[in-house]
Design a binder for this molecule. Structure first.
Ligand SMILES: [Zn+2]
Length: 276
């Protein structure tokens, strides 16, 4: 397990995480051998059950279990129950969150590559690695120019299926060529996308007021998908990376990607304004 943690921390250095974030090994013993992993976006009851069913040794998740300290872990508490179940089953838990968002081959690159965005660079640069390559949040790059409506169709086709779907704001006949993506909650990237002269921004969790104010003041067009859909596309990429690196080191490692969509919303209906 120590090797996996070292690999993850090399690829996604914890010092790149935001100051409020809590990344790294949450539960587990570095000296234990991990032969089977489960990758999931969220450490919640369903994914922990999946880890138990699959008899994995370790879960790697994107979202931390706790962002603030806690003094109590009773099993009457949902998170206390998860901790007890994982410890009883000897399953380790590791989180790579904002450090994975901003590093190469993290959530940003996974989403940009999925949509065919070329020459993607960070939308907001946080720093440079030892070789002088920039890292940071979001990605911006070029697509083959197309109508906004056609790009929205492409995004809807390629993102994982989920009940929330995709919202679009802008002139669907406008031609777009420069696209920014910010997996997860994207309110705080609206200004950066505008400053970088993106034609469109794809993100998630865009709230009413910031999105409406942004729309009132012009470009870029907005595409809003679900938090889970925009970030979970990283999981198969991470599985492949872990698997290849274990294979190169001649280590047997099975890596599963969770099949559970950990969206809070479970179904969707358009509202119909009083039609009976
Ligand atoms: Zn997230």
């Amino acid at each position: 397990m120590g090797d996996i943690v070292t690999r993850m921390n090399t690829w996604y250095p914890p010092e790149r995480a935001q100051s409020w974030d809590r990344v790294g090994l949450i539960l587990g013993d570095l000296r234990c051998h991990a032969k089977k992993l489960l990758l999931a976006l969220d450490p919640v009851a369903d994914t922990v059950e999946e880890a138990l069913d699959e008899k994995v040794d370790m879960m790697i998740v994107h979202h931390p279990l706790y962002l603030r300290g806690t003094s109590f872990l009773p099993q009457s508490d949902p998170k206390g129950r998860l901790v007890a179940k994982l410890i009883r089953s000897d399953i380790a838990l590791f989180a790579a969150h904002t450090n994975a968002d901003c590093s190469p081959e993290g959530t940003g690159d996974a989403l940009a590559d999925l949509l065919g965005i070329r020459d993607a660079v960070p939308l907001v640069q946080s720093g440079e690695d030892e070789e002088g390559r920039p890292y940071g949040h979001g990605r911006i790059g070029a697509i083959t120019p197309m109508r906004l409506g056609d790009f929205a169709d492409l995004v809807a086709r390629r993102l994982p299926a989920g009940p929330t779907g995709l919202f679009c704001s802008g002139d669907e006949d406008a031609r777009i060529a420069k696209v920014a993506v910010c997996p997860g909650a994207g309110d705080s990237f609206l200004e950066a996308a505008r400053a970088a002269k993106a034609d469109a921004l794809l993100s998630a969790d865009l709230r009413h007021h910031p999105a409406l104010e942004h729309r009132e003041s012009g470009a870029p067009a907005l595409l809003c998908a679900s938090h889970w859909a925009t970030e979970s596309v990283w999981m198969p990429r991470l599985a492949e990376r872990l698997h290849s690196s274990a294979k190169a080191a001649n280590v047997d490692l099975e890596v599963k990607v969770s099949t559970i969509a950990t969206e809070p919303w479970m179904s969707h209906r358009p509202t119909l304004g009083g039609l009976l």
